[in-house]
Design a protein. Structure first.
Length: 94
């Protein structure tokens, strides 16, 4: 019984830690910087800047995005400023 409880506690703690480092933003792209691989997103009146890794294949390519596109971004808020974040996943929000 103790093993099951320990495993369940570990699983809950892992899920909680994952939820703490991955956030979500939805909004409209207001600017695209192809040189720096960044998009600017307006999310509920707040401008956010997301760095997209050109080698990351888990999201839409920056070349497929346009100003005005509505997107959903999962991002890491660890170690960045209040408006600039590393995108973990970007998808068009149709």
């Amino acid at each position: 019984m103790r093993k099951i409880l320990a495993l369940a506690t570990g699983a809950v703690m892992t899920l909680a830690a994952g939820a703490a480092i991955a956030d979500e933003a939805k909004g409209e792209i207001t600017q695209i910087d192809n040189v720096a691989n960044r998009i600017h997103l307006m999310d509920g009146g707040k401008e956010m800047i997301f760095a997209l890794s050109p080698s990351n294949t888990s999201f839409v390519k920056i070349s497929d995005l346009m100003v005005g596109d509505k997107v959903m971004v999962f991002y890491s808020s660890a170690g960045k400023s209040d408006i600039s974040f590393n995108a973990l996943h970007v998808a068009k929000d149709e």
